[in-house]
Design a protein around this ligand. Structure first.
Ligand code: FES
Ligand code: FES
Length: 158
């Protein structure tokens, strides 16, 4: 056990924890942020994706000790008050989900991808989200949503 300090969705956060525990379970079980989903647990599906220092990471495969001093952003931190982030708005507009289980990870993956490639083309989006699985097969609507979001954000990823 040791104290781990980091910034979570803009708020300084400090907790005493086994530093080897996966970030995913600390977020869900210790901090009650259940928007981040458990899919495969093996860094394959993308359901658990969060942002750490502006990079998409698989929280199932990230130790809580490794986020010491870093900025962590989860799906719960994306909206500004009651205003959804443009990526979230675009997912709603395009109904880019069925069961919704992959959706938080898809949105966080898209967020990180648009940070790097604000003018992403369809091909960039396909490549950027290739490692995110959707068992419901909503891929086409997901791609359309991310394209719409990229246009709405006009090159500004935040
Ligand atoms: S649960 Fe982490 S990648 Fe699947
Ligand atoms: S919407 Fe069900 S897994 Fe993607």
């Amino acid at each position: 056990m040791r104290a781990v300090s980091f910034t979570l969705n803009g708020k300084p956060t400090r907790l005493a924890v086994d530093e080897t525990r996966p970030l995913l379970w600390v977020l869900r079980d210790d901090l009650g942020l259940t928007g981040t989903k458990f899919g495969c647990g093996e860094a394959v599906c993308g359901a658990c994706t969060v942002i750490v220092n502006n990079e998409a990471v698989r929280s199932c495969a990230t130790r809580i000790g490794d986020v010491e001093g870093k900025q962590v952003l989860t799906i719960e931190g994306l909206a500004k008050g009651d205003r959804l982030h443009p990526i979230q708005e675009a997912f709603v507009e395009h109904l880019a989900y069925q069961c919704g289980y992959c959706t938080p990870g898809m949105i966080m993956g898209a967020y990180a991808m648009l940070l790097k490639h604000p003018k992403a083309t369809r091909a960039d989006i396909v490549k950027g989200l290739d490692s995110h699985l959707c068992r419901c097969g909503a891929h086409v609507r997901i791609l359309e949503a991310v394209e719409t979001a990229a246009t709405a954000m006009k090159g500004s990823a935040r």
